[in-house]
Design a protein. Structure first.
Lengths: 336, 531
């Protein structure tokens, strides 16, 4: 197991450098540059434009810019945003807890509903319940997120008045947020009603963000369960007269979980990186929206740093998932 | 701390985190469209950032509420001499800078603050010259060449010396790059090695003082107790950052905020019919246009330009693109700018006459590029749709247009090229309410290759514009010259003038005292919430 771990961590290093190259090259392939984006409609005279290019090191040959970027990276410096002039790392650290909180709650909902739904569908294969669950999951998977978010806002917040429209907490609360996780900070604040407000603000965005993973998890669980349920040992367990629930939960589900955990891991990675639409609709101050704004502004350091951080998170999540296999399935542990 | 159970009802609060001991607080929430890029407004030109200008700072001069008339602000009065090249400002006494957790002023506002605020943008050796990025607006307005020096005559008198007379200098000084910051605070930050805080923890003299900012979430301000025009009726002002217009509308409906900018035009009818809401609207200081390249054939022939203009059905554009919430433009500046010439007759919509004019010019089977902006702007909320309508109109006179577009920065860069191919859809929102900001900035000879997208340099027009620039403080004479210039513009038709949009600010019914700002800033001075 330790050898596997060392091997996997070793693989992260070239992957990391590959990501730096892609991040650096990708944004420079787009038309425009940060100075043009900064100048906007009013424009700049050519002399001032060239001066700014020079000030930001954008007049250097690309390979030199890349080397400077790598050099700074090795010193732990992701650079400074051209637009806000703030260090990229500190901007991300201030926004990341919001994305993480939203993603974790969304994933909790997706797993809590998706796994049982998949199991129920598998156990009721080709019956009405199975068709119903799979149809709903297909709809969930195909749902345009932006539309879904607005529908939920209009129905739940507008018509039924059940939830707040957007944001992380009512603007009427104002307290220190040392952890950046609003649920925790609202509890720590001791403000009456603050936690409830934070929780109610999480409902719609986490439902929206969790919709696609929920559908994927439900379908993956169903497919994995169907495979396991047809195994001899499951038939044997049933033949021996074990209660159905015990067979499903203890014997079948545990073995079916490996591909499901992979799916959950991948989906969680995508969530961290892809919460953009949800963050935009619900005015959620996370990293997705920050990244997209930066692409429009051609804010190279932010895009490079952001892609690198997101890629690192996905790599780490994948590594953790691989390690989890061993815990779930002893066969994997022994093979390692 | 919880500030209020319902945002529109003032209530008692237990603590006083934001109001320093006051037991009750009235909180006003504005759903703003984007995060500010910073709080030193001299560094930026986006409306999401400039909105903080009038709320946190003051300038030497300001607009009288709802107009573009220049009025005293931190300067009580001024004297213009030396043919308009020297202006002596007499400063107001007893003005306090904000007292905050991070700065306690030891003196009132004075001449040092004026010199610091402006000269840091000109002098490259000033420690605040490049402390948080370039001073884009100061440069874009040509200030480095225009301002020669600012001299302190005494603590409450400064002399601004220009290299040449510029009639628009006072409106320029109203702009956000010329707002006044505290030199004492800047010096203190420099000493502490944290000059960047000037842009992050702002200190001004305005009606509200900064409290906190969380990126993409909120900006919190509270009323300045020492504001020279009196303390504000509301205690706390919160900008809740809400990028999506539909979501802003839902929040407004639920009273999660009390005002919002930039509504979807399609939502306006519903907003106007909502008994809990009202929509304030006024003509925007903008113009949307289509600029030909007058240096390329066949657009160097005025008959061709006129013919193309006459083939455009502007009424249909106003209906389809602006949802009826705009007016047809006949001049290159909106009617709300002084000097507007209402006598000018617009080119009639007459495809038959247009066809005949093209024939007279010897042009047949014309193929051309029609540039559509890739972004939404108030003066053009849907450039692609507008381009499609124009293309269809031109097809009726046998002109084949190919619609092209580029990434926004690239679009602007390529549009400015002197040898650009085709006609460009673009527009302009005034910087300062002065006619020169349209007629000069967009159409004079100096602007060829930059903001003059028609690449049009026409002697008789140029002579009028340049003469008007020198008539400092002579508004009537300037207005007459601008009226003549608009006649020449119309006859020469370097653009098809398309539309002026309206500004809409939907708000809760109980919002009182909101001012129509001609430059579309969201200025909350004097705003109140009533039962």
């Amino acid at each position: 197991m330790i050898r596997v771990l060392i091997y996997r961590i070793g693989l992260l290093v070239p992957t990391f450098f590959g990501v730096t190259l892609i991040a650096f090259g990708f944004i420079r392939m787009l038309p425009g540059d940060p100075i043009l984006a900064l100048a906007g409609e009013r424009g700049l005279n050519r002399e001032f434009y060239l001066k700014l290019l020079h000030d930001y090191g954008l007049d250097l040959p690309l390979w030199k810019q890349y080397l400077v970027y790598l050099q700074n990276l090795l010193h732990g410096d992701l650079g400074v945003s051209i637009v806000t002039q703030k260090p990229v790392l500190s901007e991300f650290f201030s926004l990341f807890p919001a994305t993480m909180e939203l993603s974790l709650v969304a994933m909790t909902i997706a797993v809590a509903i998706g796994v049982p739904a998949g199991v129920i569908a598998a156990v009721n294969r080709r019956r009405a319940l199975d068709y119903m669950i799979m149809t709903i999951s297909l709809i969930g998977y195909s749902m345009p997120i932006f539309w879904w978010g607005l529908v939920l806002i209009i129905v739940s917040s507008g018509i039924l008045d059940l939830t707040p429209v957007a944001g992380r907490i009512s603007m009427l609360y104002f307290f220190p947020t040392p952890t950046g996780f609003m649920l925790i900070d609202s509890l720590l604040s001791g403000e009456p009603g603050a936690f409830k407000s934070a929780l109610s603000h999480l409902i719609l965005p986490s439902l929206v963000l969790g919709t696609i993973p929920l559908a994927v998890i439900a379908r993956q669980t169903r497919s994995a369960m169907l495979e396991v349920l047809s195994e001899d040992y499951v038939r044997t367990a049933r033949a021996k007269g074990l209660p159905v629930l015990r067979v499903i939960a203890l014997h079948a589900l545990r073995n079916a979980l490996i591909p499901v955990v992979t799916t959950i891991g991948l989906q969680l990675g995508y969530m961290f990186a892809g919460a953009l639409l949800t963050e935009t609709i619900f005015s959620w101050p996370g990293i997705g929206k920050y990244m997209v704004d930066s692409v429009f502004r051609r804010d190279y350091p932010v895009i490079q740093g952001g892609l690198l951080l997101i890629a690192s998170i996905i790599m780490i999540v994948n590594l953790v998932v691989d390690l989890l296999y061993g815990l779930i399935n002893p066969k994997v542990r022994h093979r390692a | 701390m919880r500030l209020a159970k319902k945002p529109f009802i003032p209530l008692l609060v237990a603590g006083a985190l934001m109001t320093g001991g006051v037991a009750s607080a009235k909180t006003f929430i504005h759903c703003s469209e984007a995060s500010p890029q910073g709080f030193d407004t001299a560094l930026y030109d986006g409306s999401e950032t400039l909105d903080y200008g009038p709320n946190i700072y003051n300038g030497l001069v300001r607009f009288t509420f709802g107009t573009t008339d220049i009025a005293p602000d931190l300067a009580q009065s001024w004297d213009i001499s030396d043919g308009g090249k020297t202006i002596v400002f007499h400063l107001r006494k007893g003005i306090k800078f904000h007292k905050t957790d991070w700065f306690t002023p030891t003196r009132d506002f004075n001449a040092d603050d004026v010199i610091f605020s402006l000269m840091r943008q000109k002098e490259e050796n000033n420690p605040y010259h490049n402390y948080a990025g370039p001073y884009l607006y100061f440069n874009a307005m040509g200030m480095p060449d225009l301002i020669k020096d600012i001299v302190k005559l005494d603590d409450y008198t400064v002399k601004l010396v220009l290299t040449k007379p510029d009639a628009a200098i006072l409106p320029d000084l109203k702009m956000e790059f010329a707002l006044i910051l505290s030199k004492e605070y800047a010096d203190q930050l420099l000493k502490a090695g944290t000059p960047e805080l000037l842009n992050r923890k702002p200190v001004g003299t305005g009606p509200f003082q900064f409290v906190a900012y969380k990126k993409d979430a909120f900006v919190r301000m509270k009323a300045n107790p020492d504001y020279y025009r009196g303390k504000q009726p509301i205690d706390n002002l919160v900008f809740a950052i809400t990028p999506d217009a539909s979501v802003r509308y839902q929040k407004l409906k639920k009273n999660e905020c009390q005002t919002m900018p930039f509504p979807n035009l399609a939502d306006l009818d519903a907003m106007k019919n909502d008994p809990n809401l009202k929509v304030m609207e006024w003509p925007g200081l903008n113009v949307g246009y289509l600029a030909y390249n007058t240096r390329r054939k066949p657009f160097d022939d005025v008959r061709v330009r006129k013919a193309l203009n006459m083939a455009i059905d502007k009424k249909a554009i106003i209906k389809a693109v602006f949802h009826g919430e705009g007016t047809i433009a006949k001049n290159p500046m909106p009617p709300t700018v002084w000097g507007y010439n209402d006598e000018v007759k617009d080119d009639p919509y007459d495809p038959q006459a247009a066809k005949a004019l093209l024939k007279e010019a010897g042009v047949s089977k014309l193929k051309m590029k029609l540039w559509a902006m890739p972004v939404q702007r108030p003066y053009n909320p849907n450039a692609r749709r507008m381009a499609e309508l124009i293309k269809a109109d031109w097809a009726k006179i046998s002109v084949r247009a190919e619609i092209v577009t580029y990434e926004w920065g690239e679009y602007l860069k390529r549009s400015r090229a002197v040898d650009r191919d085709g006609a460009v859809l673009l527009g302009w929102t005034s910087d300062n309410g002065d006619p020169d900001n349209f007629l000069g900035t967009l159409l004079d000879c100096d602007a060829v290759g930059s903001n003059n997208m028609a690449q049009w340099c026409y002697g008789p027009y140029e002579a009028l514009i340049q003469k008007a620039k020198t008539l400092v403080g002579q508004r009537d004479k300037r207005a007459e010259l601008y009226r003549q210039a608009q006649v020449i513009f119309k006859a020469q038709a370097p653009w098809a003038t398309i539309a002026h949009s309206k500004v809409h600010v939907p708000m809760r019914k109980n919002v009182m005292g909101y001012h129509k700002d001609p430059l579309d800033r969201h200025d909350f001075e004097g705003v109140d919430l009533v039962e």
